[in-house]
Design a protein around this ligand. Structure first.
Ligand SMILES: [Zn+2]
Length: 344
């Protein structure tokens, strides 16, 4: 079928009723290639991961060719068994143009794993995009997103169910601004939510949101991702929450202060939960989603990582120990994902 299934959630296997969506991770990758362009340009052979080098590759996760490539459908299906076993039912696969989306591969993985997968559409940060894209008009960029949502992604018949992750650099480039404007148009046309990868500075999420709002997008249906590496003080966090947008802590499982792209201190899971607790205390429960943003081999079980089941195996029990109620947990992993993924 073509067109948007308003009132439904558009998965890679077709539309489903919102009530059918179980516990959901809102920002993951199953098939992608996020190799930094400079590393890709060096070429050479992929580095096999061994016990001896696995710490180094996990720590400097963007320095070793191959670690940023997830291309094996069978491996993804094996890994998703852990998500299913831990009580997870669905994930949003936010691989967009620039980091090699594979819509047909996602449908295959969803069929074999029996995990519900919602695919994203749109564009990653400009460094990863072909140069000729910069000349494209906002309307043309929007049309590609609308086609992905209403007909199928990249010539396939696999439809997207969300816009993004939309990539933003620091500072925001002209092309990225046009892509955000196009995302807002695509949202108005299809009723889909937008999920954003903001630039790496504290004001970047609010800035990206402002571009979307000025183009007619709905802040309440915008998810600002990677807040773990972007905002470090409550004042900035609360000001962002006051816009009505959805705040996404999506680095759960990264339990190291080290961040390869910037000299910042990443929070650990305890710090992430503490931030969520402060947002909830201020009345923002319905504006929170969580995920793991797995996009490297070293985070998969096969290579010694925590795997896709991590939040359900470890974080939700930790939430209970730290005083989060069942209603709060349900809001974060079920009710809010359901609301955001239902096409309006
Ligand atoms: Zn991502």
């Amino acid at each position: 079928m073509t067109g948007t299934a308003r009132g439904f959630i558009q998965t890679v296997a077709g539309p489903i009723a919102p009530e059918a969506l179980g516990p959901t991770l809102m920002h993951e990758h199953l098939l992608c290639d996020v190799t930094p362009p400079a590393l890709a340009a060096q070429g050479g052979a992929e580095v096999p991961i061994t016990l001896e080098n696995s710490w180094e590759i996990r720590h400097h996760w963007c320095r070793h060719l191959g670690n940023n490539r997830l291309t094996d459908i069978g491996l993804a299906v094996d890994e998703l068994a852990r998500l299913k076993g831990a009580g997870g039912a669905a994930l949003v696969e936010v691989t967009t143009e620039g980091i090699k989306p594979d819509p047909a591969g996602l449908r295959r993985i969803s069929e074999l794993s029996e995990i519900t997968v919602v695919a994203g559409c749109g564009y990653y940060v400009e460094d990863y995009l072909p140069e000729d894209l910069a000349a494209r008009s906002v309307d043309a960029l929007a049309k590609t997103m609308i086609d992905g949502l209403t007909r199928g992604l990249m010539g396939s018949d696999v439809q997207a169910g969300i816009i993004g992750e939309i990539g933003c650099s620091n500072p925001l480039t002209d092309l990225e601004r046009k892509i955000l404007q196009a995302a807002a148009f695509a949202q108005r046309e299809t009723g889909a939510s937008i999920t954003i990868h903001p630039g790496r500075r504290p004001e970047a999420p609010a800035q990206a949101l402002q571009v979307v709002r000025e183009s007619g997008g709905d802040p309440a249906r915008c998810i600002l991702g990677h807040i773990d590496r972007t905002i470090f003080d409550d004042e900035t966090l609360f000001r962002l929450a006051d816009t009505g947008c959805v705040i996404e802590y999506d680095f759960f499982g990264i339990e190291s202060a080290h961040y390869p792209f910037q000299d910042i201190d990443l929070p650990n899971d305890g710090g992430r939960l503490a931030a969520l607790g402060r947002l909830i205390a201020r009345g923002h429960l319905a504006q929170i989603v969580i995920s793991q943003d797995i996009c490297t081999k070293t985070r998969l079980s096969r290579f010694g990582g925590h795997g896709y089941g991590y939040i359900f195996e470890h974080v939700i029990p930790m939430m209970r120990r730290r005083g989060f109620g069942e209603t709060e947990i349900e809001a974060i992993v079920v009710a809010t994902p359901r609301r955001l993924l239902t096409l309006q």
